[in-house]
Design a binder for this molecule. Sequence first.
Ligand code: ATP
Length: 219
Amino acid sequence: MADPSPAGDDVGGAAGERIGIFGGTFDPVHVGHLVAATWARDALALDRVLLVVANDPWQKTGRRRVTPAAERLAVVRAAVAGVRGLEPSAMEIDRGGPSYTIDTVRQLARRHPGAELFVVVGTDVAAELDTWHDAEELAGLVRLVVVGRGGLDEGVGPPGWRVEHLRIPALEVSSSELRRRLAAGQSVEFLIPAPAILCIERLGLYAGGEMRNATTGRR
Ligand code: ATP
């Protein structure tokens, strides 16, 4: 059954379409993610970049509490509203269970026959690709876009993948750091887009009720 797709997962699309798949926990989404996505969009002439919110990020669950997927998706949706070519995707949430990129890619390949698929990752994630499910099959289905992050060697790509290296402005920001700041009631202004901060506040995420309202300054 086709999903109603408020999240950019529509069936069809033009043959030869260039689709970026940028997966993450996005707990919460931040400027580092958004610059990576927009620079990949422009550098590789992607028609769209799907920010695919992991349902159950198997590398992270068990190590810490992960915010419910629907709430992480709501914040991503607020962050990219009106941004050309950036679309939140609920594919992995709709599928349920642990989130494997290979399943997402297979699904997209079925929905968009003839499209060219690009998986966008930071250098930290690129270094771990051999731990991904069915990595060999995945390498044959997509081109990999590795965006510079944290000074790891950008010249070397994982063997067996078609790799594009993309230099982006170094933004040393992480969701972990932002969760800590939010929990401490510290500002995340400019590190998270304002509409997404409002969404975080509205949903009462990360702060344990202690977050300072970014607009009003009240707690
Ligand atoms: P956490 O701190 O909770 O581990 P994170 O900030 O690394 O989270 P993820 O949602 O795990 O964010 O990352 C999704 C993707 O975005 C990964 O490919 C990651 O490498 C990339 N990414 C995250 N932060 C940045 C950044 N500051 N610059 C470039 N890419 C980034």
